[in-house]
Design a protein around this ligand. Structure first.
Ligand code: ATP
Ligand code: MG
Length: 137
């Protein structure tokens, strides 16, 4: 079994989509093992997305990610990382498959409603960034 970090991004939390997205995650058979809402400041958003620090969209991305509350969760299941990325759909919602979270809910390429870890190593780092051992049930 595997764990992955999910973020419901500010655009989705703001539009009241948290419950709907969590239901979609659970309907897909992924188990919630940790969950909380928080509001990152710019420095915290920059630290989370440090891997993108040299990209042209870094400033805009971190400003958006700190613009309002987010909901972070740890999802668990067989192949949770790739299953959740399949559920999210492509980064660009215009390219995302029908029925995926991004196709259904995203506003645009940046405000694409959800994040999911992309590999076991990044999942471990991202989970530890938001949750301590006692918060994982
Ligand atoms: P995430 O890491 O959020 O799950 P991802 O792995 O599909 O998304 P990344 O390449 O890691 O995509 O980009 C991280 C985030 O940065 C994207 O989800 C999106 O919000 C934003 N982003 C990516 N590319 C662009 C771009 N060209 N212009 C604006 N924002 C972008
Ligand atoms: Mg990514």
């Amino acid at each position: 079994t595997q764990q992955t970090l999910s973020i419901i991004k500010p655009d989705a939390v703001e539009r009241g989509l948290t419950g709907t997205i969590l239901a979609r995650i659970q309907d897909a058979g992924l188990r919630l093992v940790a969950l909380k809402m928080l509001h990152l400041d710019t420095t915290e958003a920059e630290a989370f997305y440090a891997v993108h620090k040299d990209k042209p969209f870094f400033g805009s991305l971190t400003s958006y990610m700190s613009s309002g509350p987010i909901v972070v969760a740890v999802l668990e299941g067989e192949n949770a990382i790739s299953r959740y990325r399949d559920l999210m759909g492509a980064t660009n919602p215009e390219k995302a498959a029908e029925g995926t979270l991004r196709k259904t809910f995203a506003v645009d390429l940046e405000r694409n409603s959800v994040h999911g870890s992309d590999a076991p190593e990044t999942a471990a780092t991202e989970i530890a960034y938001f949750f301590n051992q006692l918060e994982l049930v």
